[in-house]
Design a protein around this ligand. Structure first.
Ligand SMILES: [Zn+2]
Ligand SMILES: [Zn+2]
Length: 389
């Protein structure tokens, strides 16, 4: 079958690889209909995620049809139209039983790399390096879904593919970011980053009761979508001082919650950006934590900072003193999408959420390398490239 394989920094190739097989009774095989490019895939392309190997298939947001199930699968049948969440949960360990799916104890068979870096091992993720389980990703004609009863979900018939595919990753990740904020009616929420996840975080904050959501980015097309499609007030950080503007918009108090939907490759202006980029190029740090620093400063005293943008390990100049003295609550994690899929289907069916506008470009899998270049360089106002194998 055809698959889009990682071969090194910014080196993706469409290759012919063996089709996956059922390996365990809980597995399902899914023929992929749509599989999208996510911002966290760009970290793989940029070489910021160690333990990638040449030939690894990437991709983790997808929709498809079940073509075969293992003998232990109970909730899915051949022919079902499903989405899978990127984070694989076994459904039986203490963490899965307590709804902390992304911290599953069993779904990542490669324990050593994470135990060495994080002290404990977290869940496996499709197409996201050997430290996260070495699972083949979804930019392929077929993908093996482990623990399918807990990882793949039947899509209701009345939800079309172009909406449902984003209930795999962008929508639950954004929803989780907003959920972590503990939003109360009347709250003001600021969201850094207006990519797919940021757009969904804005909508989710409103669905959870926020009165105002302020979105921050530098690309006019994304800001326009955040305003028009998600209902945010918007700030372009190349045009205004974000901290001053947020103070002004909140009567000097600052947003009640701040969401970092950017992560380790944050861009900034001025000397701080030069400092962070230089240290990253020299491998003195892997990540640029500019958004985190700004969110800590902007947040109201006693507020919450929710981190959903991906970080790998260490960051430099992490302003812990700001958080401590302002009494901030820090919450973060990879999305436990299993908790949100059914709720998000409900919001879509009631017309309260429509993620389909994230799909700006649909390409055949053969155009994978070009599709990723377009996504990375934000050509043609690309928000998310989706491949249809
Ligand atoms: Zn993702
Ligand atoms: Zn588990």
């Amino acid at each position: 079958m055809k698959a889009l394989c990682w071969n090194g920094v910014n080196d993706l190739r469409v290759e012919n690889v063996p089709e996956p097989k059922i390996l365990n009774p809980g597995d399902a095989l899914v023929r992929v209909s749509l599989s999208s490019a996510c911002g966290s895939d760009l970290h793989l392309l940029g070489g910021h995620v160690p333990t990638m190997r040449a030939g690894d298939i990437i991709g983790h947001e997808f929709l498809g049809e079940v073509v075969e199930t293992g003998s232990g699968v109970e909730t899915l049948n051949k022919g079902d139209r499903v989405i899978a969440v990127p984070v694989i949960g076994c459904g039986h360990c203490w963490f899965c039983e307590n709804a902390m799916w992304s911290l599953c104890d069993n779904s990542n068979p490669n324990r050593q790399p994470q135990e060495a870096i994080y002290g404990k091992v977290t869940a496996g993720i499709f197409g996201h390096s050997h430290a996260f389980g070495g699972y083949a990703g979804s930019h392929a004609e077929y993908v093996r879904v482990p623990y399918a009863d807990h990882t793949a979900f039947k899509v209701p018939d009345d939800i079309p593919d172009e909406k449902a595919v984003f209930v795999s990753d962008a929508a639950p990740t954004g929803f989780y970011a907003a959920d972590l904020c503990g939003i109360r009616p009347g709250d003001v929420v600021a969201v850094w980053g207006c990519g797919g996840v940021g757009q969904m975080a804005i909508r989710s904050a409103y669905l959870l009761g926020a009165e105002r959501v302020i979105a921050i980015d530098r690309f006019p097309d994304r800001l326009e979508k955040a305003r028009e499609r998600a209902g945010a007030e918007v700030l372009n950080y190349e045009e205004v001082s974000v901290l001053d503007a947020l103070d002004e918009m909140t009567g000097g108090r600052g947003p009640d919650s701040c969401i970092d939907a950017v992560g380790m490759e944050a861009e900034a202006t001025g000397i701080e950006d030069v400092y962070d980029r230089t240290r990253q190029v020299l491998h003195l740090q892997g990540e640029r934590p500019h958004v985190l620093r700004q969110a800590f400063l902007a947040c109201r005293k006693g507020g919450t900072v929710s981190i959903i943008g991906v970080y790998g390990c260490l960051v430099d100049k992490f302003p812990i003193g700001v958080a401590m003295n302002k009494g901030l609550t820090l919450r973060m994690g990879r999305q436990p999408g299993q908790n949100y899929v059914e709720r998000l289907f409900g919001h879509i069916r009631r017309g309260e959420l429509d993620p389909s506008y994230l799909l700006t470009h649909c390409l055949p899998l053969d155009a994978g390398p070009q599709g990723y270049a377009m996504f990375r360089n934000r050509e043609d106002n690309c928000l998310r490239t989706v491949f249809a194998p």
